[in-house]
Design a protein around this ligand. Sequence first.
Ligand code: UFG
Length: 354
Amino acid sequence: MKVFVTGGAGYIGSHTILELLKLEYDVVAVDNFVNSKPEAIKRVKELAGCDFSFYEMNVCDDWQLDELFTKHKIDCVIHFAGLKAVGESVTKPLEYYENNLNSTMVLCETMKKHNVKNIIFSSSATVYSTENEMPLTERSRIGGCTNPYGWTKFMCEQILRDTANANEGWSVALLRYFNPIGAHESGKIGEDPQNIPNNIMPYIAQVAVGRLPYLSVFGDDYDTPDGTGVRDYIHVVDLARGHVAAIEYLNSHTGANIFNLGTGKGTSVLELVSAFEDATGVEISRKIAPRRPGDIAVCYTSTENTKKELDWETEKTVFQACADTWKWQKNNPHGYDSISRSHEDIRINSKSSS
Ligand code: UFG
């Protein structure tokens, strides 16, 4: 079975390709490296011990995409490619709508032309309304997104739902991710944000390795057990396996199908910091800061639907995710650029340098 992966060099894309290759899927991947590095593709090939077709390409380029679909007989598409920085989307909304919506539409047009009917879309729990009760289920209310990035996910989901309704035999999986963290256990691939990280785990990892002085804990007065925000942190390798489960599901189901990919467990900011310290022996300096605008107190998913329908559930713990993140960050203090910057002095904020 041939799977076409867009955004294959990204954080979740690279881990998913590795899982696919391990299970002997045939992979064709593209990335334009706007937020990723070619080194990620090289390392996935090394870890898998096999090769796959890769093209440097923008998914919005309909001509190149048509050529690729002519050359390769694709069975299923996984669409990761997209801009994803929440804050940046507020300052550059048109870039976000242009890129994320266009790529999805060009992809669907090309799939239609080449009679490819299975697609998995990389969506987010951000599509849920903030008015919902916890845990979120696939039937919780959506909409009322707080930023353009969230709206692009919401709109792409709608485009895919409408396309599935209008075209006989289409199978769509809308995968709503909770908070992906961690790295492959080898420490060779992981999350490599290009600027100061927005998300907490890469931020903690950069504090640990000495690239950032301390973590700002955004708010300690939420209505949660320790006052800090609670999220559903899912190990990226579990998330990658969720995509494999979705491919199998689409082989026997049509229409648009929604799945929340999370662990079902909430972890607070302070619990996450403690887990990181316990898993690594590295102390994380932190300061309590004001709440971050747009944040909610608690967000986690029910796992009932994914257990029943996808026969998938997470296997790895937050502790393991912290250990794996540290292995990646310690071995690659500047992410995939570390080889060219290895002469620089990296100060590890560690009592022991375990
Ligand atoms: N946090 C800090 N300090 C930081 C960064 C984050 O205290 O420096 C806290 C946040 O306040 C929140 C928690 O850590 O309580 C998680 O924050 P992240 O930014 O890592 O993740 P979010 O839950 O805010 O956002 C994630 C994804 C988005 C997605 C959103 C909703 O990164 O893409 O979930 O599903 F839109």
